[in-house]
Design a protein around this ligand. Sequence first.
Ligand code: FAD
Length: 398
Amino acid sequence: MPTHHQVVIIGGGNAGISVAAKLLLKNKQLDIAIIDPADKHYYQPAWTLVGSGVFDIKKTERNEADVMPNGVKWIKQKVTGLTPETNKVQLDNREELSYDYLVVAPGIQINWQEIKGLKETLGKNNVCSNYSFEHAPYTFECFKNFKGGKAIFHNPQTPVKCGGAPHKIMYMAADYFRRHGLLDKADIQYWSGAAKLFSVPKYEKTLLKVCERADIKLNFMVQLVEIDGPGKKAKFIGIGDTNKDKEFWVEFDMIHVTPPQSAPDFIRTSSLANAAGWVDVDKHSLQHVKYANVFSLGDASGLPISKTGAAIRKQAPVVVENLLAAIHHQPLTGKYNGYTSCPLVTGYGKLVLAEFDYDNNPQETFPFDQSKERWSMYQLKKRILPWLYWHKILHGKM
Ligand SMILES: Cc1cc2nc3c(=O)[nH]c(=O)nc-3n(C[C@H](O)[C@H](O)[C@H](O)COP(=O)(O)OP(=O)(O)OC[C@H]3O[C@@H](n4cnc5c(N)ncnc54)[C@H](O)[C@@H]3O)c2cc1C
């Protein structure tokens, strides 16, 4: 096996596959290797719909081999270390690869173990999470098991993939309970490590109305530290100025947990990381601030935006343009403006399509007010976006 490649991409997820496919559409002579140990590739944005009982989990999974672009060398290993000073990556089979250019896209690391008792009880005792392929279907079981009482929805204090996902599932639950005549018996509560519900006021206004109509109680600046599944209670501690270190044991009849997340350990401990552990790239060129032959995009990058596949759709062309410019010793002209999007399902058949940039300015695609709940945008999420993902985005055509 050659141990040197012109372009090495770490991670064959949404970001890594998109970049490889786009590079090859520009120049099929490029020598590109993708390193990824996974057997399967997932379309994670549909997991909210899986948890709501309206999307088949099997349709969110493909063989990794089937999404690898033709012409890419797939190295089915895990990266364990990085030495960008000498243009090398270390693999878990103890081999080492060198590169001319590196694209770092290993996604985000899920840290289930940071909540005491969670691993033991997840998938039982009405403790659910849409943040894994294995567990997303159980969320809908919890909707069906619910006969009234307290339904808790949690959002951690760390960055997460898709900042809207921890509360989108709450709006779906509220609508499900309403449709089954249970809303009056439901005490729905949101417990979040953030200071507000959503960062962009235009969309937050609609979401606050959705909360009001289901009488959802909002609690901010709290951290979930422990779950007692059989005892049906969860322990939060305050992290805000007014509630710092206060302890709250909250009883529940069901709880949806969003696990704490971070950059992968091998990034955090490398010289590619910024102070918070993410890959330290320029927020416009996506080039590493210290190593000119390294680029990063997707959830592992240190870009100050919410981590979404929608953001990757706008980042991938910039990485491709700038990486090709670097290969040809040209100035880097590709510029990413921080575009990200969150399709916020607010009920069955209702969706607010939030789209915005680094400055939280709306960057809307459609010629109507996207802060309104719409059936058409729900169909976009449920039917059109999954098709575009498998048939266009992963082929570098969007
Ligand atoms: C519940 C949920 C709802 C979401 N909803 C939306 C939504 O509505 N809209 C939206 O746009 N986005 C949504 N997202 C977010 C979206 O799925 C992610 O932002 C996107 O998948 C990130 O792509 P990525 O390539 O950075 O990471 P991933 O797609 O997660 O891929 C990372 C890849 O890197 C590999 N890898 C990891 N570690 C290593 C290593 N050490 N060595 C080599 N390879 C490694 C992994 O095996 C994986 O294949 C949602 C996510 C979840 C979980």
